[in-house]
Write a protein that binds this ligand. Structure first.
Ligand SMILES: [Zn+2]
Ligand SMILES: [Zn+2]
Length: 355
């Protein structure tokens, strides 16, 4: 089969290449035909450029990229009971955790030092077929379209940020800085929890802010310096939780100043845009007893909730998946994601099958 791969550890060595179709390596594995696979504006762009020549690199080339995907089960191993051929599924990207470290025991597979990541150290979904441990496969809710089901992974990351780390409760006020896909999904997860949500974007992000409004969020265009005052005016008070869904020092600062006493600040974006360590106003943190956290990837328990969030906002989310590409058009898909010309670029992998 032809798949979109990082071919070697050399920076940018990436392309569509011939590789073996994956097989069931164990009795408790399953295999799927991949129908839709999204380009991740955080880690895929980073993985494209990553230098993976060192032994400690997270990326293990040659490797099939892609960690946000959905499709149809084609084969299950004899030990698999919760899946059958024809099921519509998506795949939890944290694979083969050790199962006995303290993080595995507490359900935090995303922190297990032995885990592999689908699409970085375990062959991923930018391919016509994917195979892996069956317990990583989730059957999509009845009637949820596959193109929306492909967003379960970023939705699970958003549920992790908003529910596990920010601990958002019904009735609370939540600010999200950055209306990209993660920001919008954080907004959806916070609305799902019963919170009031305000999403902040730049003037360039007008269309994305419209997506947030369509779900029932308030929005603000961040074109002046007094963001905190404007947020407080819109909300009638300070925020209880605030998420940086951009991944910059500036966005984290802006998020923090919208918080009231004992507010929770969460770094949700992949912080690769700033190469220098972040600076924070520790006087503000101390005086207001702010909790600072981060959400990386997701826990297995986030996935069923993520699918419910997608189901709840299915109609609105449908408009975000605004462009489709074949794997051969990967450069366009990555360029348009980087330049923010698209909200979510999606590969239609099944079309690539007969090569
Ligand atoms: Zn991602
Ligand atoms: Zn472990």
């Amino acid at each position: 089969m032809k798949a979109l791969m990082r071919l070697s550890g050399r920076v940018g060595d990436m392309g569509v290449a011939q590789t073996d179709e994956p097989i069931l390596r164990q009795d408790d594995w399953a295999k799927m035909q991949v129908c839709y696979a999204g380009v991740c504006g955080g880690s895929d762009l980073k993985l494209m450029q990553m230098d993976a020549t060192g032994p400690d690199a997270k990326l293990k080339p040659p490797i099939v990229l892609g960690h946000e995907f959905s499709g149809i089960i084609t084969q299950v191993g004899p030990a698999v009971t919760h899946l059958k051929p024809g099921d519509w599924v998506t795949v939890d990207t944290v694979v083969q955790p050790c199962g006995h470290c303290s993080y595995c025991v507490s359900g935090d597979w995303n922190m297990c030092p032995e885990r592999l990541g689908v699409g970085s150290s375990f062959d991923g979904g930018f391919a016509p077929f994917f195979a892996g441990p069956a317990r990583n496969f989730h059957v999509l809710p009845q009637g949820l379209p596959l193109r929306i089901g492909a967003l379960t992974e970023p939705a699970a990351c958003a549920v992790h940020i908003v529910h596990d780390v920010a601990k958002v409760q019904a009735g609370e006020r939540v600010v999200i800085i950055g209306p990209g896909v993660i920001g919008l999904l954080c907004a959806a997860a916070a609305l799902f929890a019963g919170a009031q949500v305000l999403v902040v974007g730049t003037p360039r992000g007008a269309q994305r802010l419209e997506c947030a409004r369509a779900m029932g969020c308030q929005t603000l265009v961040n074109d002046t310096e007094n963001l905190a005052a404007r947020v407080q005016a819109a909300f009638g008070g300070s925020a209880d939780a605030a998420v940086d869904a951009v991944g910059t020092n500036r966005a984290l600062q802006q998020a923090m100043y919208t918080l009231g006493k004992m507010g929770r600040l969460v770094a949700g974006g992949v912080p690769f845009k700033d190469k220098t360590p972040y600076q924070l106003d520790m006087d503000f943190v101390y005086r207001n007893q702010i909790s600072i956290g981060a959400g990386r990837s997701s826990r297995p328990s986030d996935w069923p909730i993520a699918m419910q969030v997608l189901k709840r906002f299915e109609r609105q989310i449908d408009s975000w998946v605004d462009s489709h590409f074949t794997l051969d058009q990967w450069q366009q898909a990555f360029d348009q994601t980087r330049n923010k010309q698209v909200i979510k670029a999606m590969f239609t992998c099944a079309d690539e099958k007969g090569d």
